[in-house]
Ligand binder design. Structure first.
Ligand code: HEM
Length: 466
């Protein structure tokens, strides 16, 4: 990068940042139970758009600066990669797939994954999504007036959809339990100050190893079946059959680890994030009866006379329901930050200052900092106002970032599926029920695990006609 005479040249050590504790530095901000992005936003206010934190053995950069974020997210995989400490955690759980692959390995897996997630398969899975949403609605109908812990319910819903889309079948209770264990281990390790499991395996870690091995066996047996069907000339209908076809055609040969890792990655990347988005959507619906009424009116129009939806394309007419989901994700993004690192020594610039980064320096990218601070784009930012998404202008260059699905070549490939699942669920729920908040467990707060979930969230549902 050329340096302009007026550009100030900095190293990470020159950046301002919060004081840390001896040895652990600022790591406690990420301990279990903390809400890291809120702490990072607070420091951002105090130390500026790009500041420094300290982790054991390394300085860490945190940035909400749009130009730097753009460089870090777009120059992948050539100049930046996911931070090793994140990728290694996921690899250790046997889910080596698209999310944590790098360089040519990533290029190959992205090609395969995009084939398995293309619009045709997502449309084909519409029936699965509709059936799963319908089952959820029936369960909620049976719980009329009682407190419903919607987070658990929504995790089951998004898991059903992920398994349906990837493997073409319904998860049984055993698979659900095993995957829940994998998620809770991942959440615990992501928020653990020290990688204790590398030195000592607790009973929960051993149970997780067994669960991962059993899930792997299940995926491989489903894959063998998918290959047989593809060899007999059938058309691919889901992610697994798309992989089998690519493998058989010799386009992208796959080994067992590729198959298990990629299926697990799709489930891990899609389940918690989408359940979190849906849970926050229900929270805001429950607390905004006027918004609920508008979603209900729109659903009545789009779902037609018998109240059922037969065609995926109709979901695109649920524009207000989708605006509700986008507004919920603006205020409570499931993934408020990502962590990258440069693959070699490099520099980044915010236009006036150039910052040199040594290879491997973790860079926290505050993906959605602008959601609550960019008052030009989101006037009255604390208000829940879905209408703003119906009249949104394109962001102006330099606007504060709001990138809930990331950006650049590694942009989330599941975005359309996630919006389809959550928009449909919001519309179907409002069509059938009046949603009321239940605060008997305490006020709704944020809780960070693999995604940002609502804590204490409970609602009561009453049939619309009553
Ligand atoms: C509301 C729900 C979701 C949110 C907020 C979300 C968010 C994200 C974010 C922030 C990234 C990182 C993007 C980047 O590095 O620039 C990502 C990547 C990814 N997401 Fe999603 N996601 C969601 C749903 C899904 C679903 C349903 C799937 C699967 C069907 C999925 C699969 C993936 C995969 C495989 C990657 C890695 C892509 C790559 O590295 O090339 N996500 N997602």
């Amino acid at each position: 990068m050329e340096t302009d005479a007026r550009t100030e040249l900095l190293t990470v050590a020159d950046l301002a940042g919060p004081p840390g504790l001896p040895v652990v530095g600022n790591l406690p901000a990420f301990a279990r139970g903390a809400i890291p992005h809120r702490r990072l936003y607070g420091w951002r206010e105090k130390y500026g758009a790009t500041f420094r934190m300290r982790f054991p053995g390394t300085d860490v950069v945190v940035t909400s600066e749009p130009g730097i974020i753009d460089t870090v997210l777009r120059d992948r995989p050539t100049s930046f990669r996911r931070a090793r400490f994140v990728s290694d955690l996921i690899d250790e759980l046997g889910a080596h797939g698209l999310f944590n692959a790098e360089s040519d390995d990533w290029r190959r897996l992205r090609r395969i994954a995009m084939r398995g997630l293309n619009a045709k398969y997502v449309r084909a899975s519409f029936g699965t999504i509709l059936r799963s949403a319908g089952r959820l609605r029936d369960r909620w109908g049976a719980l009329e007036g009682q407190r419903i812990d919607v987070v658990d319910e929504l995790l089951r819903y998004t898991l059903e959809v992920s398994i349906g889309l990837t493997m073409g079948h319904q998860p049984d209770a055993g698979l659900h339990r095993k995957l829940s264990l994998v998620f809770s281990t991942l959440g615990r390790r992501l928020n653990s100050p020290l990688p204790y499991w590398r030195w000592m395996r607790l009973p929960a870690d051993r149970r997780t190893d067994t669960a991962v091995a059993e899930i792997g066996e299940l995926i491989l047996s489903r894959y063998a079946e998918a290959r047989r069907r593809m060899a007999d000339g059938a058309e691919p209908v889901d992610f697994l059959t798309a992989l089998a076809k690519a493998d058989l055609d010799g386009e992208d040969p796959l080994d067992d680890a590729d198959v298990v890792g990629n299926v697990l990655t799709m489930v891990v990347a899609g389940e918690d994030t989408t359940a979190a988005a849906a849970a926050w959507t229900l929270h805001f619906l429950a607390t905004h009866p006027d918004v609920q009424r508008r979603v209900r009116a729109e659903a009545a129009e789009v779902f037609g006379g018998d109240g059922s939806l037969v065609d995926a394309s109709a979901v695109s007419r649920l524009t207000y329901a989708e605006a509700v989901v986008n507004e919920a994700m603006r205020l409570r993004a499931p993934a408020p930050y990502l962590v990258m690192e440069p693959v070699a020594d490099t520099t980044v610039t915010d236009g006036t200052r150039e910052l040199s980064l040594t290879r491997g320096t973790p860079v926290f990218v505050l993906l959605t900092y602008g959601a609550e601070t960019d008052t030009g784009r989101y006037p009255d930012p604390e208000a829940f106002r879905p209408d703003r998404w119906l009249t949104q202008d394109a962001p102006v260059p330099g606007a504060q970032p709001h990138l809930p699905f990331g950006n650049g070549p590694r942009f989330c490939p599941g975005r359309n599926l996630a919006l389809l699942e959550t928009t449909l669920l919001a519309a179907m729920t409002c069509q059938s029920f009046v949603i009321e908040p239940d605060t008997s467990a305490g006020p709704v707060k944020e809780r960070m695990t693999f995604a940002l979930f609502p804590k204490n969230l409970g609602v009561r549902m009453r049939p619309v006609s009553s």
